[in-house]
Ligand binder design. Structure first.
Ligand code: ADP
Ligand code: MG
Length: 263
């Protein structure tokens, strides 16, 4: 769906992203993992057009993205290619607007519909993210973090994008809610064919919903390939450490002798 080639971002002499090359295939799913500060968000923002690369290329659906000011029509056309969902949906929602109106607004940007058609499309989008009519008519503050993230996904899908970028979008949620959203994403991808770039710390989630994975460290790609290959048989020492540092399911911290004595 898109290719990045030798992508680079420099902030006043500091190189945040350095010579990053990879592709997200049409309908594909790729995870980016790596410690905090490794350049994952900067890479995603350049792909989404929110940040101008210092070097390299972003090619979306065969068209190279040129930096510079865009007309609103061009910006909308780009929105139909790639949409991004962030960690904190609260910050991107208008606190005084019902969430159904926020989604309707997003649909209206991309499609000229009669009121009844618009309402039907909004219902369909809330359906896709597993929210009912009452929840759709809520204000953002009346919803849980997981529900707000569902709204953010519905709003992103309003553009019918060919690719969705999720940047640590479920990291702040409870584990059980994370699992629900992952299930939802898998279902949406099966229905719509939307490609997914999934940025996360959670290697379990990567196994669950991604075909391929890219490991970043200090702005560079250290390893990439199919999820099963990279996670089961990591070649790079950094990937090996990253995998080793993640507690296995069922792992419990060992209680220190002093704590045991106090019980
Ligand atoms: P990640 O998402 O992997 O945690 P980021 O892409 O957010 O990493 O950041 C990569 C590096 O670039 C970090 O060291 C960060 O401090 C730096 N950085 C990110 N954005 C800016 C900016 N606007 N100005 C200066 N440095 C930045
Ligand atoms: Mg980040």
């Amino acid at each position: 769906m898109f290719d990045v080639r030798n992508l680079r971002k420099e902030y006043g002499g500091f190189i945040a992203v350095d010579d990053v090359t990879f592709s997200l295939p049409e309908r594909g799913s790729l995870a980016i993992v790596g410690e905090s500060g490794s350049g994952k968000t900067t890479t995603a923002r350049m792909i989404a057009g929110l940040e101008t690369p210092s070097g390299g290329h972003v090619v979306v659906a065969g068209d190279e993205r040129r930096p510079g000011r865009l007309s609103s029509r061009e910006r909308l056309a780009r929105g139909r290619q790639i949409q991004m969902v962030f960690q904190d949906p609260y910050s991107s929602l208008d606190r005084r607007q019902r969430v159904c109106d926020a989604v309707a607004e997003a649909v209206g940007l991309h499609r000229r519909l009669r009121t009844d058609q618009l309402r039907a499309r909004v219902d369909e989008l809330f359906d896709m993210v597993g929210m009912d009519h009452r929840q759709a008519r809520s204000m953002p503050k009346e919803l849980s973090g997981g529900q707000r993230q569902r709204v953010a996904i519905a709003r992103a899908l309003a553009a019918e994008p060919r690719a969705l970028i999720m940047d640590e979008a479920i990291a702040a949620l409870d584990v059980s809610i994370q699992a629900q959203i992952l299930g939802l994403l898998a279902q949406i991808r099966a229905e719509t064919g939307t490609a997914l770039l999934f940025i996360t710390h959670d290697l379990g989630a990567v196994r669950h919903i991604c075909d391929d994975v890219l490991v970043m460290r200090a702005g560079r790609v250290v390893e990439s390939g199919p999820v099963t290959t990279v996670l089961d048989d990591p070649q790079d020492p950094y990937t090996q450490r990253l995998i080793a540092s993640i507690p296995k399911p069922g792992w419990k911290p060992r209680r220190r002798a002093s704590e045991a004595a106090a019980v």
